[in-house]
Design a protein around this ligand. Structure first.
Ligand code: 6PG
Length: 486
């Protein structure tokens, strides 16, 4: 134990070997350590910069923490099979830590990647570590800093037998809803990180939809405080969710320097770290429509082109904005547009998960996944209970929109949703996610679309053939179309 680095020297409450180890003491890592420790586990910690480890351990006297100055000492301080969670930046840093760990580990030790890793990287790492006789879990962890400390939603992927070893710790530290831990074994290999990626895609959709509601209210002349009150009130009803709640709080926040609402001082350029784009790429690969999430990602991209938008705002015309005649009804209309669009976004995200889950043989349980999103994570919301119910009563549900509860909801809200989109279009207010969602809804519910003409065009220029409505399905036809000159 000589190499164990503990700034206070040996602690009376620290036993010889720790139950859990964590590498990477950024805020999420630190909070997870405190969470694990608070459930009675002794935790060893390691950070590349030893001063960070020292400072962290020193800040928490009396806790069962062991700070290690070297990776060797860190590994040595853990009980076997070792359980080591990596909380470093996704990508190359994860591989670098794994490479450093491998020579120090013993067969059967467990490495957990708790970052936002791309699921294909997780699959590669799983195969690699398995080939070395080690065990690997790729776990999506959602909930931000607060969730990490008080209870996140955890989406672990990997062999069932490895999950069984990790289960007591994961269940202890996760959020709880109705006494149920917000963690389940998602599936093998990259399933956990894949589901976390979808969670983030849905998170992008939810956030953009809220921003579109805000932009309509702003255009209609509501003050920031009035808007805060609307979101606070919505958080008491069907739309209750963490993102609605923090929106109300964010709108209430006043800038100390200027006395103005801080939101109105924040530059309108959105950042993104990539999980939304990964979701789009995966949807394209699987030919699944996720138009709401797509619109949300693209809205962030366009927002980031601030200079171009400022220049274009002086060149390209739009209508005069006048929402005053409808201001009194706007809150109810936008409420319904937001709720209906949110349902579409989840329907699309679930469709993508279902498609990939089947393709990969992951055995994803969509109802249970929705259940572990009810607490701890960024998209936690009251209505997730309804999604769980929908899949419990029909595990083979083709599309969430067809579940009786959601069908009734969409039928009830669709008129206000249309009117909201129409008002936005007439007034030149961009609502790409509201309208993409409505476009999906109207396309999905159309018995006959315009693709007959599209098929004619394809056959016209490329002899791609088509089927006929008056002939058996699967029989292909071709027409000799007239020649077009020039
Ligand atoms: C979560 C969040 C978390 C992180 C996102 C932000 O579930 O806790 O999704 O993972 O905040 O990565 O992503 P962007 O920077 O792309 O918005």
């Amino acid at each position: 134990m000589a190499a164990i680095h503990n700034v206070f020297g040996p602690r009376a409450n620290v036993t010889m070997k720790s139950d859990f180890g964590l590498i990477g003491l950024a805020v999420m890592g630190q909070n997870l350590v405190l969470n694990v420790e608070s459930h009675g586990f002794q935790v060893s910690v390691f950070n590349r910069t030893t001063a960070v480890t020292d400072e962290f351990v020193a800040r928490h006297p009396g806790k069962k923490l062991v700070g290690a100055a070297t990776l060797e000492a860190f590994v040595e301080s853990l009980a076997t099979p070792r359980k080591i969670q990596i909380m470093v930046k996704a990508g190359a840093p994860v591989d670098a830590v794994i490479e450093q760990l491998i020579p120090l580990l013993s067969p059967g030790d467990i490495v957990i990647d708790g970052g936002n890793s791309l699921y294909t990287d997780t699959e590669r790492r799983d195969a690699y570590l398995t080939s070395k006789g080690l065990r690997f879990i790729g776990a999506g962890v959602s909930g931000g800093e607060e969730g990490a400390r008080k209870g996140p939603s955890i989406m672990p992927g990997g062999p069932l037998s490895t999950w069984e070893v990790m289960k007591p710790i994961f269940e202890a530290i996760s959020a709880k809803v109705d006494g149920e831990p917000c963690v389940i074994h998602i599936g093998p290999g990259g399933a956990g990180h894949y589901v976390k990626m979808i969670h983030n895609g849905i998170e992008y959709g939810d956030m953009q939809l809220i921003c579109e509601a805000y932009s309509l209210f702003k255009a209609a002349g509501f003050t920031t405080q009035e808007m805060a009150a609307i979101f606070n009130q919505w958080n008491e009803g069907e739309l209750q969710s963490y993102l609605i709640q923090i929106t109300g709080k964010a709108l209430e926040q006043v800038d100390a320097e200027t006395g103005k609402p801080i939101v109105e001082l924040i530059l309108d350029k959105a950042g993104q770290k990539g999980t939304g784009q990964w979701t789009l790429l995966n949807a394209a690969e699987n030919a699944v429509v996720i138009s709401t999430i797509n619109a949300a990602v693209e809205a962030r991209v366009l927002s980031s082109q601030k200079k171009q938008r400022v220049a274009a705002s002086k060149e390209l015309k739009g209508p005069k904005v006048d929402l005053s005649p409808v201001k009194a009804q706007l809150v109810a209309k936008v409420h319904d547009a937001l709720y209906a669009s949110k349902v579409i976004s989840y329907a699309q995200g679930l469709d993508l998960m279902k498609t990939m889950g089947e393709k990969k043989g992951w055995g994803l349980d969509l109802g249970r996944i929705a259940a572990i999103w009810r607490g701890g994570c960024i998209i936690r919301a009251r209505f997730l209970n309804r999604i769980t119910d929908a899949y419990r009563s029909n595990p083979q549900l083709t599309n969430l929109m067809l579940d009786p509860f959601f069908k009734e909801l969409l039928n009830r809200t669709q008129q206000n949703w249309r009117e909201t989109v129409a008002l936005a279009v007439t007034n030149g207010i961009p609502v790409p996610a509201f309208s993409a969602s409505l476009g999906y809804y109207d396309s999905y519910r159309s018995e006959r679309l315009s693709a007959n003409l599209l098929q004619a065009q394809r056959d016209f220029f490329g002899a791609h053939t088509y089927e006929r409505i008056d002939k058996p399905e699967g029989t292909m036809f071709h027409t000799e179309w007239p020649e077009v000159i020039g």
